[in-house]
Design a protein around this ligand. Structure first.
Ligand SMILES: [Ca+2]
Ligand SMILES: [Ca+2]
Ligand SMILES: [Ca+2]
Length: 243
């Protein structure tokens, strides 16, 4: 009687990268609570975050060799090679697929930020041993390489800020933001207006839950976050939904 392990079905559908990402978030949560105490303190970081994302645009353009507006798999392989981010071809392909949110077979600028964030987070957890050259020993993780190569010193702190923001929402530290957690966080941001806080929370949650599975992963969070801070696509400006 009863089907054993039916709860695991969903987990099996989760990609390896997503699982590693969830692990990375859980590890952070164990280390302590988010330094952010209010949503307002997060909002104050937005201009700085936006600025560092804009710096990534130059990197994106550099690796979009054919100027197509997206980075295809071959271009991403070149990118990783030149940044000396050491992942196997299979892994680069997985990163590419994982970050291609709209499954358009190319990584656009916003999706490229996801690639870099995944590289940063997963490189850092040491989930996979990284071969380091003798002269790089002691200089640290892949990100250090990444950072020095592309000269984006602010990107590391931006990713940290966004991870801390995610952790502000992920109250129970399980590596996902649930609908309830989103509503709680939004309510904290506007105390005394619990009914509007709740509907805003639901709206934000639905915006962020890209695959509509009832959980927000860090990837989904980051993807929506790039809109929050005001990144704009160069060509087709997204039509804003009515508030
Ligand atoms: Ca391209
Ligand atoms: Ca959670
Ligand atoms: Ca989801």
């Amino acid at each position: 009687m009863g089907i054993k392990g039916s709860k695991d079905v969903q987990l099996n559908d989760v990609s390896k990268i997503e699982r590693r990402m969830v692990e990375a978030m859980r590890k952070r949560a164990k280390a302590g609570p988010s330094p952010f105490k209010s949503f307002n303190s997060i909002l104050m970081k937005f201009p700085k975050i936006d600025k560092s994302f804009e710096q990534v645009r130059g990197v994106f353009k550099k690796f979009d060799k054919d100027d197509s507006g997206t980075i295809d798999l071959e271009e991403l392989k070149t990118c990783f090679r030149e940044l000396q981010v050491e992942f196997t071809d299979t892994e680069v392909k997985a990163f590419h697929e994982e970050s291609d949110m709209d499954k358009s077979k190319g990584v656009d600028f916003k999706e490229f930020i996801i690639v870099l964030a995944l590289v940063y987070l997963l490189g850092e957890t040491g989930a996979k041993p990284v071969k380091q050259k003798e002269e790089d020993k002691g200089k640290g993780s892949q990100l250090k390489n990444l950072k020095s190569r592309i000269g984006l010193a602010e990107l590391e702190s931006t990713f940290e800020t966004i991870v801390d923001t995610f952790r502000f929402f992920d109250k129970d530290g399980d590596g996902y933001v649930s609908r309830k957690e989103m509503i709680t966080a939004i309510n904290e941001a506007s105390p005394g207006q619990s009914s509007s806080g709740e509907s805003i929370g639901v709206k934000r949650f639905e915006e962020m839950d890209w695959d509509k599975n009832g959980m927000i992963t860090f990837k989904e969070f980051l993807f929506a976050f790039t809109d929050w801070v005001g990144i704009e696509e160069e060509e087709d400006a997204d039509e804003d939904e009515e508030e």
